[in-house]
Design a protein around this ligand. Structure first.
Ligand code: SF4
Ligand code: SF4
Length: 208
């Protein structure tokens, strides 16, 4: 998982081989075998993980039984947390990062994530793996996954289609440009824009 550092140059968000087209699936499988899946995050960067919206969390509720949390993580669990989401303090660094990722909506983040305050991200195990990461990738049906999982490594920046450039991502290394990454993943720019619009709506960045 959720490796979700939200920067364009180093950030990852969750995605899986299972959701990808055949060529990307092979690349993702190879990436995962090398221990680099984008469904694994550095817990030290939890304050910069993608937030998990209330709507995304509600869609995941029926699948709570699929989560696997390790003992150490359960021991640390806070009262407001469950097996699907963990909380982290809103911070100026988080707001700055979100502002860079959403130049058209940056002004909304201070209202949505006030400092001091907290937000949730998808739960990760002690070793940084997403709680929904199984031996063969994500155990969730594609249609209920968080929007950033469905988007990664694609992104929309302003009006432009773009992509994250995590150093270890074989899909971005192979595709290099947004259009070829879309082809590798078997998706289209229109679908990427649709997913991004859904994310913005669920996060409260735009009204319906
Ligand atoms: S929900 Fe699935 S795709 Fe998203 S980070 Fe977790 S394991 Fe990966
Ligand atoms: S190749 Fe990229 S998209 Fe595929 S698992 Fe690795 S980091 Fe994720």
């Amino acid at each position: 998982m959720p490796a979700h550092s939200p920067t364009h140059t180093t950030g990852n968000a969750p995605s899986t081989a299972e959701q990808a087209a055949p060529q990307a699936a092979e690349l993702c499988a190879r990436c995962s075998r090398m221990g680099n899946s984008c469904c694994v995050a550095d817990r030290k960067e939890a304050h910069l993980f993608f937030p998990l919206s209330q709507k995304e969390w509600e869609r995941l509720q029926p699948y709570a039984h699929l989560t696997v949390l390790d003992h150490a993580t359960l021991e640390r669990q806070k009262p407001e947390e469950d097996c699907i989401r963990q909380s982290v303090a809103n911070s100026p660094e988080f707001l700055a990062s979100m502002g860079r990722m959403f130049p058209a909506h940056g002004h909304r983040f201070e209202a949505l994530f006030p400092v001091p305050g907290k937000h949730f991200h998808i739960a990760v195990r002690h070793n940084g793996e997403c709680v929904f990461l199984g031996e063969e990738g994500c155990v969730l049906p594609r249609e209920v996954r968080p929007w950033y999982c469905l988007l990664f490594p694609n992104w929309v920046h302003g009006n432009s289609l773009t992509n994250f450039v995590p150093t270890h991502c074989l899909v971005t290394q192979t595709g290099q440009y947004s259009m070829s990454i879309c082809r590798l993943l078997g998706t289209t720019p229109e679908e990427v824009r649709r997913l991004f619009a859904c994310l913005c709506e669920d996060w409260g960045l735009v009204s319906k």
